[in-house]
Design a protein around this ligand. Structure first.
Ligand SMILES: [Zn+2]
Ligand SMILES: [Zn+2]
Length: 347
């Protein structure tokens, strides 16, 4: 009689953060990875693009001109999805038709004045400036009594619908808790009540012991492929100390965050020797003034690539109608990300 085996039998895995399942079908990929590289034409690296609305000194929508910034640069999105002046409303509810006004802020963070850089091509001190900027923005937005949550993220690459290759991210601040944060908060709160620790503290202990899904680490952060990963090369970045947001990181931890972001993005670029597309972002405590000791700072990387620089995963069919599904396992993905060189392939 055959015994059940996570490396070859179809199974589902539970995500304790969202309390959702992912279907894993490892038997569909028995072939070993061939290390498929394609010569994807790289854009000619220009350090300054006169037509880029994020480059220093250039004009944006409405004629506003960027300053000649030398580090990071932050401004309110000219086409913001949320606006601070949105009039308040009572919940508008007519039977099944429910709506609520939503005020907020949308900020754009330029990581560097250099048009041609990405996080993988920036130095640790340069990335530390980005971390500082995130902390400053988080704290400023958190001090606004109307703001309940702050979402810091980067959407990178044309494949992700990002129209400008200038290194930049976004910060959206809401009057409410968005869906993903709300799901995680429930899980974190229940876990702390039952175990007295944070869910990710215990999960990290487990992963450090097992060593099966680790990708990279330094003194203060660990990058791993979560057991329940949906995207082929999805990773989770967890702080070793259970802090609830970026503003609680000390000086050394902020440097370590810059370092691990560089390590992560270099490994991604090296995997298919391309400028690796992804959505990444931090999950942090709500900003309503509560302590949220149950919450544990972390970031998710959700990259779409599956087998090469051009072959991406589609979330269609069964995944739209039922649940997400993947073929090769999280352990295999972690192995591949561990096995690529830690130095950027262009260096
Ligand atoms: Zn630019
Ligand atoms: Zn999360």
């Amino acid at each position: 009689m055959n015994t059940f085996d996570l490396t070859s039998n179809p199974h589902r895995r539970f995500n304790p953060l969202t309390r959702e399942w992912v279907l894993v079908s490892p038997h569909r990929t028995q072939r070993p990875w061939q290390g498929q590289f394609e010569s994807v034409p790289l854009e000619a690296p220009v350090t300054y693009d006169p037509s880029c609305y994020l480059c220093p000194g250039n004009a944006r929508a409405g004629g506003v001109r960027n300053p000649a910034y030398t580090g990071t640069f932050v401004f309110d999105n000219d086409f913001a999805a949320l606006e601070p002046g949105t009039p308040a409303s009572e919940m508008q509810q007519t039977g099944l038709l429910i709506a609520h006004s939503e005020a907020g802020r949308c900020r754009v963070v330029c990581f560097s004045p250099r048009h041609d850089l990405t996080m993988a091509r920036m130095s640790v001190p340069e990335l530390r400036l980005v971390v500082n900027t995130w902390v400053r923005e988080f704290s400023a937005l958190a001090s606004d009594p109307r703001i309940q949550s702050v979402q810091i993220f980067e959407n990178r690459g044309a494949m992700m619908g990002c129209s400008n290759s200038h290194p930049h991210g976004q910060i959206w601040a809401n009057e409410m808790r968005p869906n993903e944060l709300a799901k995680e908060l429930r899980a974190f709160a229940d876990y702390r009540q039952m175990h007295g620790t944070t869910l990710l503290h215990d999960y990290l202990e487990l992963e450090l012991k097992k060593q099966e899904r680790l990708v990279a680490a330094n003194d203060h952060f660990v990058l791993l492929v979560p057991f329940w990963a949906v995207w082929p090369f999805e990773t989770l970045l967890v702080s070793r100390r259970p802090v609830s947001a970026l503003d609680e990181l000390n000086d050394e931890e902020r440097n370590a965050l810059a370092d691990i972001l560089r390590q992560a993005t270099i490994r991604y670029d090296n995997l298919f020797r391309t400028s690796f597309p992804y959505t990444m972002g931090f999950h942090q405590r709500p900003t309503d003034g509560g302590d949220y000791l149950e919450f544990h700072l972390h970031a998710h990387f959700y990259p779409p690539l599956l087998r090469s620089a051009t072959i991406k995963k589609f979330m269609v069919g069964y995944e739209m109608l039922a649940m997400p599904q993947r073929d090769f396992t999280a352990e295999t993905a972690a192995q591949w990300l561990r096995d690529v060189p830690g130095q950027h392939y262009l260096d």
